[in-house]
Design a protein around this ligand. Sequence first.
Ligand code: G
Ligand code: G
Ligand code: MN
Length: 247
Amino acid sequence: MLDGGLVMHYQPIVNLATFEIVGFEALMRWNHPDRGWVPPDVFIPLAEKSDLIVELGDFALREAVTAAGGWNLTDESFITVNVSAHQFSVPGLAATIETALAKSGLSPSQLVLEITESVALRDVAGTMRTLEYLRRRGVGVALDDFGTGHASLSYLVDLQPTIIKIDKSFVNPRRTSVRNDIVLEAILFLGHNLKTMMLAEGIETPEHLERLRGLGCQMGQGYLFSPAVPASQVPGQLGHRWLESIA
Ligand code: G
Ligand code: G
Ligand code: MN
């Protein structure tokens, strides 16, 4: 499965006050020799059923950290990499990260791990220890898909995330409703009081953007700005002033 078909793409993360790019989320793509592009929501859940996710996850971390090392990011900018709960259940995650950072020249604070709760944490104590170790070295932690799945409120207390990623189902609901608005406002209220940076996923329209800006959400990503793009297009995105045209 790892025969050359895996690549990382990068989706810009935008400061919703200034429209500057503040980071990129690394997202895995698999170009299968016969089946063409297989979306990650197909192969990641399969990989999570076995130790393959550890291999895929190591690849994602090394690849993304190496690429970002060459982008001349400002000190405040960062790359986020999705990390599956299973990757914490084998030793070596912290070592993989530290080695990749040292080789690339990226500083630890320019890396943010997205804790994706598609599966519940297996070894909560061990995971917390690894995260605490990495956090002390400056690596950031983002709580992904907040408000859905296993992403429970207790993680806000225990993980002390640097970033909360508001799930796209709240940002971009199938149907607008007062109930959805209340939940969205409550999530942002929580984030502001916890002094945690808030990042809205799935911003697709100027209406979504204005709503989130109005609620004081600091960062966002979504098709309104850009989908994930190949690494070759990242320097162009960093130099471009296309974001001004959205405002
Ligand atoms: O990129 P979208 O592009 O389709 O990604 C779908 C899902 O796959 C998301 O939930 C995302 O978190 C997950 N995913 C994408 N890339 C990675 C990766 O490198 N590692 C892990 N663990 N999950 C990933
Ligand atoms: O679970 P995670 O947040 O890592 O997944 C990110 C997923 O969201 C990826 O599949 C990515 O391609 C997708 N995505 C990114 N921007 C948008 C958007 O504006 N709308 C929708 N529907 N999906 C998006
Ligand atoms: Mn994510």
